[in-house]
Write a protein that binds this ligand. Sequence first.
Ligand code: ADP
Ligand code: MG
Length: 345
Amino acid sequence: ALPKLPRPIQPLPDQLISQIAAGEVIERPSAVVKELLENALDAGATQITIRLEQGGVKRIAITDDGCGIAPEHMPYALARHATSKIASLSDLENVMTLGFRGEALASIASVAQLTLTSRTADADHAWEISGSPVDGDAGQARPSSGPCGTTIDVRDLYFNTPARRKFLKSEQTEYGHCAEVVRRLALARPDVVFSLSHNGKTADHWKGSDLQKRCAQILGAEFASACLAVDETAGPLRLLGFVGLPTAARSRADAQYFYVNGRFVRDKLLTHAVRAAYQDVLHGDRYPSYALSLELDPAQVDVNVHPSKIEVRFRDSRAVHQFVFHAVSRALAQTSATASGTAPA
Ligand code: ADP
Ligand code: MG
């Protein structure tokens, strides 16, 4: 006999919906760092401080000097599917902000202890709110203190989802993932000051600068002294950045940074296009280093493929592949180091 359905079909409680969604987006501490940094950048921050404790599991506190959130909007900031970034399908198709799903803070708040403190430029003082609104325990904002901008303080990640907690790796591994996320966003925005500390010790402090200097700060002086500039435009497509000389290639693909409209992506098509440009000047077991930024009409690219938005889809992927391949090939052809007779034109 068929087993009986254990229960009638029922809608899930909101808190559980958020925890399920969080499972998808908030895989580990570095995912919290990514979401909070993206929010800070979307808020127009020029200076961002990231404080981590115990690999981010104990605490992730991110402070920015961005536009802040008015106290009456704070409960919405923590609510699911609430965003200030899009209001319609046409906004979604032209989205220029890093966030737009309105899910991150709600997801984080459902699997950690979250406190949001914020002050807008015209407010007399800061306000704060904590808890998870879907839990019904967030309530209203309370008066607080602090400078203009926002601090989001996330403690005890996965305190209420022990199954998730078990999947966490060592403190050092989790910290490594967090630091990598900071590097990705810092390379995307060389104009912004980033400070990162772990367990009270300063790990990185990058002053605001241009992309070349930021590359030196993050990819190292070695890369900076052995790289070629890329700056190509073809119709609506533009590729900007730096590619490492073939002689500076690495044994691991650990210094490959590609951005589409300011968003870090790891896209097979783009990786392939760059790799193909290096084809004739690089051994198969070596990996090029690069920091490249592709700009195009947002309507020509779909960033809504996956909640973590690391994958993208292009309307005309062939044209994008060709453009990236040719732009990188031309940059590599600038150098006599590629004069093996087979450098692509
Ligand atoms: P999304 O970024 O997709 O809109 P989030 O859950 O990450 O969703 O954030 C919800 C809303 O909270 C944002 O739309 C924004 O209005 C506000 N917000 C979040 N973080 C910040 C911040 N650091 N500064 C200003 N506003 C913020
Ligand atoms: Mg966001």
